[in-house]
Design a binder for this molecule. Structure first.
Ligand code: SF4
Length: 337
């Protein structure tokens, strides 16, 4: 058993988990809402510590991270469980897995995972992804500390549903974040994700203030979260809180898990792309074939810096330091050719 962080003991052998805004009160023997943490005899235990359910050397573009060492590869790991229960989850086999019957491909200690990261050719570090990594907080923190001591990078691909204190500790060891902003109204989050929007916005602001690399992803579902006015409000909020250089990925939805809506028509994504581009300098369409909507452009002189086709990139007008060759604007902070 690996004892979890951020909880307190209550009467009758119950525990209160304080890792995420659900604040689960968990009875003896039961799991929390994320199915990753369990009350074992009055002690909150993380049931997924060191349990690897997905393990791949992926392009960073696949996370998606487009302005964080583009073209490089990162060892990507995930476990099972999630503190959100999105009806449209694109990765439900891991995220909604019942941890009494867990998916498992291997068990790795933090040292073993570090060794695997160091051994993988052309690898820049470790990305915590696939399922929600914060439900495996203790393992992620232990691994990230070691990874940073060994001069590799770390990335966290997250739904942003975590409390400020645990996030603050993590910020010291995570270099890059991609946070899902699944919609921009509370009703949507409640009905489709069984959570609330407010804490996600607070997480985004906290990461933004920390200066760590941050990109956002919005999965666009037709008729469900594609309202133009609401989308425009979201873009306005991003500019106000994080600035116009924030990277926003608009991802095409396909039917998965419990939602059987039709796939997002490309014209909806093109329209939202145009709206977002009127606020933000770096907007990308993902999960679909498009070239001009996945390239990186200089926000000043508009030249093409990087051409992308899915996860394949071709640097065009960018220097080895991530600057525009034409006008010398620094566009990508984390770049190595
Ligand atoms: S991390 Fe899991 S157990 Fe803890 S409050 Fe969130 S959902 Fe509940």
């Amino acid at each position: 058993m690996h004892e979890a962080m951020f909880y307190s003991r209550l009467d009758n052998n119950q525990v209160l988990c304080k890792l995420c805004p659900h604040y689960c009160k968990i009875e003896e023997g039961r799991f929390g809402n994320c199915h990753a943490r369990r009350n074992r005899n009055g002690i909150l235990s993380t049931e997924v510590y060191g349990r690897i359910a997905a393990f791949e050397l992926d392009p960073v573009e696949k996370k998606p991270l487009y302005h964080f060492y583009p073209g490089k590869e990162i060892l990507s790991v995930g476990t099972t469980g999630c503190n959100l229960h999105c009806l449209f989850c694109q990765n439900h086999a891991l995220s909604q897995c019942d941890n009494r019957k867990p998916v498992l491909i291997k068990t790795l200690s933090p040292d073993d995972l570090l060794k695997a990261a160091q051994k993988a050719k052309h690898n820049i570090g470790i990305a915590f992804t696939y399922n929600e990594p914060s439900v495996n907080y203790e393992y992620m923190l232990d691994v990230a500390r070691k990874v940073k001591q060994n001069n590799l990078v770390t990335a966290m691909i997250t739904n942003g549903y975590i409390n400020p204190d645990p996030l603050e500790i993590l910020l010291e060891y995570i270099d890059a974040f991609n946070i899902d902003l699944k919609g921009f109204n509370e009703k949507f989050y409640k009905k489709y994700s069984k959570a609330t929007l407010g804490p996600v916005l607070e997480t985004i602001k906290q990461v933004g203030k920390s200066g760590k690399h941050l990109e956002l992803t919005n999965l666009v579902i037709p008729t469900i979260n594609d309202d133009e006015d609401e989308f425009e409000n979201m873009c306005q909020w991003i500019v106000n809180e994080l600035g116009e250089n924030t990277v926003l990925h608009l991802s095409r939805y396909f039917p998965r898990y419990e939602l059987n809506q039709y796939p997002t028509p490309p014209e909806i994504l093109f329209n939202l792309y145009d709206i977002a581009k009127s606020y933000l300098n770096h907007v990308y369409l993902g999960n679909m074939a498009t070239e001009i909507h996945s390239n990186t452009y200089c926000p000043v002189c508009k030249s093409t810096l990087i051409e992308r086709t899915y996860y394949h990139i071709v640097p065009k007008g960018i220097t080895a330091e991530g600057k525009c060759i034409q006008c010398n604007t620094q566009v990508i902070q984390h770049y190595s050719s």
